[in-house]
Write a protein that binds this ligand. Structure first.
Ligand SMILES: [Zn+2]
Length: 352
């Protein structure tokens, strides 16, 4: 297909440490094909590339991703050759039913739009994929899906999807580098503004520097929330890093925001009427206050200080499932993180 650069890598025997490190780097930064070819040669891996062959980077990284940390499972079903390029015949109602009855699966349906997320939209050979916490869960969920086209094959994979494997915690804003996704803490230094397209931009800073943060409109949950931030709020932000462009500084493309502290918004308001309790109205500059209900007037009463209630809470906000990246850990996975290799394998994890 256009726009693909397939590659394949074979390595026998133990996976050398350099390849494990390469996998970590591949998730958290950008690597050049030359680096992959050099390492492949050093460790005696066999490589095969088509067109520009950039798939070799991912192939080598996949060998080095031993998933010894957090991991999830995905069952993927494939279409027969004659159906590829045609619309997918997966019954939407069965996906919604499955979503309700399989709590250990995730990102099946977008809750805001009702859009089905298990089917890809491109011309690729995948019919659908269901992600979940255990092989049994995804297989049971798979049985609930009703389809009107044949499945050529299916297989259960152990994956790093939904694990935040790409995000690296850093302690100083000055250490942020383009293309290296981060988790970083800072205080809001520029109030959010909404730009063309409904995107919301604000800045955070710490002792070492300042960085722009962007919540894009497709991530409605996040852009709506980001609009309500204000200077002084303390946040932990999560996301990929876009290089500087058009004289702008580095920008974090937000995937998540954790609100750690909310600044208080202080307003001056008219006091309540001392006679009847209704909020008084101003009669104009230096004209005193008047009550609409009982007509009480006063030129003596002063404005009072009110701490306005904030419309956001101290908690974690995540982009809506339809705009989550493959690796973004969704809300429902928090507390379900796994460590180490599975002790047993499920029987029948592939067909044929
Ligand atoms: Zn009154």
């Amino acid at each position: 297909y256009d726009g693909t650069d397939p590659g394949i890598v074979f390595l026998t025997d133990e996976v050398p440490k350099e390849v494990l490190d390469f996998a970590t780097k591949a998730k958290q930064s950008v690597l050049k094909i030359e680096e992959a070819l050099k390492l492949a040669k050093e460790v005696n891996a066999e490589v095969l590339g088509f067109k520009r062959g950039r798939g070799i980077i991912g192939g080598l990284a996949a060998i080095g991703e031993d998933l010894s940390g957090d991991h999830t499972f995905e069952i993927i079903s494939y279409r027969t050759v004659e159906n590829r390029n045609k619309p997918r015949h997966v019954q939407i109602s069965s996906v919604k039913m499955m979503d309700k009855s399989a709590p250990l699966t995730f990102n099946n349906v977008d809750p805001e739009t009702g859009r089905i997320l298990i089917t890809p939209r491109g011309p690729d050979p995948i019919l659908f994929g269901i992600r979940g916490e255990t092989p049994e869960t995804v297989k049971n969920a798979f049985e609930l899906i009703r389809i009107d086209e044949p499945i050529e094959r299916w297989m259960i994979f152990r994956t790093n999807q939904g694990t935040d494997a790409h995000l690296q915690k850093i302690s100083a804003i000055a250490d942020i580098r383009a293309y290296n996704p981060v988790i970083v803490k800072g205080v809001v230094s520029k109030d959010p503004k909404t730009i063309k397209g409904g995107h919301v931009i604000f800045s955070i800073m710490d002792k070492t520097g300042e960085v722009d943060c962007a919540a894009y409109e497709p991530t409605v949950t996040l852009s709506k929330m980001a609009r309500r931030l204000m200077k002084g709020d303390i946040l932990k932000v999560f996301g990929g890093v876009r290089p500087p462009f058009e004289e702008k500084q580095l920008t974090i493309n937000l995937e998540k925001i954790r609100v750690i502290e909310l600044a208080s918004r202080i307003l001056l308001a008219n006091p309540n009427c001392p006679k009847c309790g209704k909020r008084m109205k101003s009669m104009g500059k230096n004209q005193g206050l008047r009550c609409d209900r009982c007509s009480f007037r006063s030129s003596q009463l002063n404005k009072i200080v009110v701490i306005e209630e904030r419309e956001i809470e101290k908690r974690l906000y995540i982009t809506s499932p339809r705009s989550q990246r493959h690796l973004t850990k969704p809300h429902c996975r928090y507390g379900k993180e796994k460590i180490g290799f599975p002790k047993t394998l499920i029987n029948n994890w592939h067909f044929p």
